[in-house]
Design a protein around this ligand. Structure first.
Ligand code: NAP
Length: 229
C-alpha cells in the first residue's frame, strides 16, 4: 500500500467500527476486549500510573463502547488502583452493569462502583460490598460470560486490566479486541497483553484487523474469526 492509500484508510472515523459492532451484537452474544496502550505496548507506568495513556478521542470511544454493551468487566487490581466509575458520562447512552472479578475478596467497600448508585454492580468473589450483588459462578472467563448471559447481559466489554483481558483472550472467549494505540513511547511500564511464552512466530494470534483513526490515536479493531459462528 502506498503512503496516500494508507492515509485515506486512516481517515475512516471510528464510528464505522461501532456500526459494525452493533450489527454483530444483533446476531448473537458478543465479548469485546479493549486496551489502551503506547506504541511500545505499555498500558501504565511500572507503578501503575495510567491516566491517561490515550487521548480524548480514544476516551470518547471507550465511553461509547460502554454505552453499547450490557455489562463491563474489570479485574480486582484495576478496581483498587483506578477506582473507575465505568459510566458513559462523556457520551449519551445508558450506563452498563458493572462487574468486578475479585476471587480473593480484596475489593475495598469505598470504591465508586459500590457507593455511587450509577448502575448495578456484580462481584465475582466471596463478598459483595455496599450496593453490589454476588455473581456466584467462579472467575474463569467462560463461566463469567455464561453467567452474565443467563441474566440477559449478552454483550460484554472486558475493559481490563491486562491480566483480566489476557485471561479472556487466552480462553478464546473474545470476539473482538479494540486496541487503542497512542503515539507515545514509554520504554518501561506494564505490558498490555500477557500470554504464555510463544516458541515461534507461528504461535502468534492473527486476528483480522481494520484500522480507524481516533484524533491522535489509532484503533485496531481485531476480529477473531475462530469465534464467529
Ligand atoms: N490502559 C488501559 O486500557 C487499562 C485498562 C484497565 C486497567 N488499566 C491498568 O491496569 C493495571 C491493573 O491491571 P492488572 O493486569 O494488574 O490487574 P487486573 O486485570 O485489573 O486485575 C487482576 C486481578 O483480577 C482478578 N482476576 C481477573 N481475572 C481473573 C480470572 N479470570 N480468574 C481469577 N481472577 C481473576 C485477580 O484477582 P486476585 O489476584 O485478587 O485473585 C487478578 O489478580 C492498573 O495499572 C490500571 O491502571 C489500564
Amino acid at each position: 500500500m502506498d503512503g496516500a492509500a494508507a492515509r485515506i484508510e486512516d481517515e475512516v472515523p471510528a464510528g464505522a467500527a461501532l456500526v459494525d459492532l452493533v450489527q454483530a451484537m444483533a446476531d448473537r452474544p458478543i465479548a469485546i476486549g479493549q486496551i489502551g496502550q503506547t506504541l511500545d505496548g505499555r498500558i501504565a507506568t511500572v507503578s501503575g500510573h495510567s491516566h491517561y495513556v490515550n487521548g480524548e478521542g480514544a476516551l470518547d470511544h471507550l465511553h461509547r463502547l460502554r454505552a453499547l454493551v450490557d455489562a463491563v468487566v474489570i479485574g480486582a487490581a484495576t478496581l483498587a488502583m483506578d477506582d473507575p466509575a465505568l459510566t458513559t458520562r462523556r457520551v449519551p447512552g445508558p450506563n452498563p452493569v458493572r462487574v468486578v472479578l475479585d476471587p480473593s475478596g480484596r475489593a475495598l467497600a469505598d470504591r465508586k462502583l459500590f457507593t455511587d448508585g450509577q448502575a448495578p454492580t456484580l462481584v465475582v468473589g466471596p463478598y459483595a460490598p455496599g450496593h453490589s450483588e454476588r455473581l456466584d459462578c467462579g472467575a474463569s472467563p467462560g463461566r463469567v460470560l455464561a453467567a452474565l448471559r443467563e441474566r440477559g447481559l449478552r454483550s460484554v466489554l472486558i475493559e481490563g486490566g491486562p491480566r483480566t483481558l489476557s485471561a479472556f483472550l487466552q480462553a478464546n472467549t473474545l470476539d473482538r479486541l479494540h486496541l487503542l494505540v497512542a503515539p507515545k513511547i514509554l520504554g518501561s511500564g506494564k505490558p498490555g497483553i500477557l500470554l504464555p511464552e510463544a516458541a515461534t512466530m507461528a504461535a502468534a494470534l492473527t486476528p483480522h484487523v481494520t484500522t480507524y483513526r481516533l484524533s491522535e490515536d489509532l484503533l485496531f479493531d481485531c476480529r477473531f474469526t475462530s469465534r464467529e459462528a
